[in-house]
Design a protein around this ligand. Structure first.
Ligand code: PAF
Length: 282
């Protein structure tokens, strides 16, 4: 696997692969890779001949009080995992390479609709940062397809919308969340949890499962279910941020006649914010 740090080198390496007639897949990440990321790279390898990954902790998508400074940076270990997963090219740029004129004058990509509320409500500007960096990365790599994790369900909807709205000829694929044996969704932020918090953490997914079971059993009092779910999270030691039942395609609040639903939750254990979701059909 070749690791490059500049857009020039990236473009040259992708052009070589393209010249050999290869189909290009792209997996953007912020590094500190776990089995969930490995699954994305493996899926990319099944669907294309040449897999490009990126590792870039994107300052533009972090709020001023968020964990940009402490976000884990583990490049050497990540490179080993990418090689084992079948990645051929890693783009690992510095902030100056991605934002050579700083971030304040950076052209922004804003996706309306699906980026509002949920994480977009609690993290103002977050999805502008995601949509902007993903657009830049897509323009740099120009892949045929890109793979994203379904754990970031709203992010995946934002990316699908921007690709559609901006007519980008890129197929977007979502990969199911990879979970620990006790149900906790794998996340780079799980490393922030102490032992007691780690023991409480699976309650987030359990709560989503309980709400889904209640809906499958016929309940449609969504506001009441959301309130019960938040109370269950508090009981388990979380400070809930949001817990919402939405229509899975549009992400608008669910109505009693919807058949594709997703329950999305974000909650704090101490200062660590975990997110998870459960999508299902009735
Ligand atoms: O999901 C992530 O790791 C990031 O939000 C992404 C898509 C790499 C953009 O920085």
């Amino acid at each position: 696997m070749n690791t490059v740090k500049t857009v020039l080198e990236l473009r040259a390496a992708v052009a070589r692969a393209r010249g050999e007639g290869k189909r290009i897949a792209f997996v953007p990440t912020m590094g500190n890779l776990h089995e969930g990321h490995v699954a994305l790279v493996e899926k990319a390898g099944q669907r294309a001949d040449f897999v490009v990954a990126s590792i870039f902790v994107n300052p533009l998508q972090f709020g001023p009080k968020e964990d940009l400074a402490s976000y884990p940076r583990t490049l050497a270990a990540d490179q080993d995992k990418l090689v084992a997963a079948g990645c051929q090219l890693l783009f690992a740029p510095d902030v100056e390479e991605m934002y050579p004129h700083g971030m304040s004058g950076q052209t922004l990509v804003r996706v309306s609709g699906v980026s509002e509320g949920l994480c977009g409500g609690s993290r103002p500007g977050h999805f502008d940062g995601v949509a902007t960096v993903v657009t830049k990365l897509f323009n740099m790599v120009q892949p045929d397809l890109a793979v994203f994790g379904e754990k970031d369900f709203q992010q995946l909807a934002v990316v699908r919308t921007l690709v559609h709205d901006l007519n980008m000829p890129i197929q977007i694929m979502g990969e199911p969340t990879v979970r620990a044996a006790d149900g906790l969704a794998l996340s780079s932020r799980n490393g922030y949890l102490d032992e007691a918090q780690r023991a409480s953490a699976p309650a987030l997914y359990r709560t989503l499962q309980q709400l889904a079971a209640a809906i499958r059993d016929g309940r449609r009092d969504f506001a009441q279910l959301e309130a019960e779910g938040k109370a269950a999270l508090e009981q388990a030691g979380f400070r809930p941020d949001y817990l919402e039942i939405r229509e899975a395609g549009s992400l608008r609040p669910a109505s009693a006649t919807d058949s594709r639903l997703v329950i999305l939750g974000a909650a704090y254990l101490g200062s660590t914010r975990l997110i998870d979701n459960l999508a299902f059909e009735l």
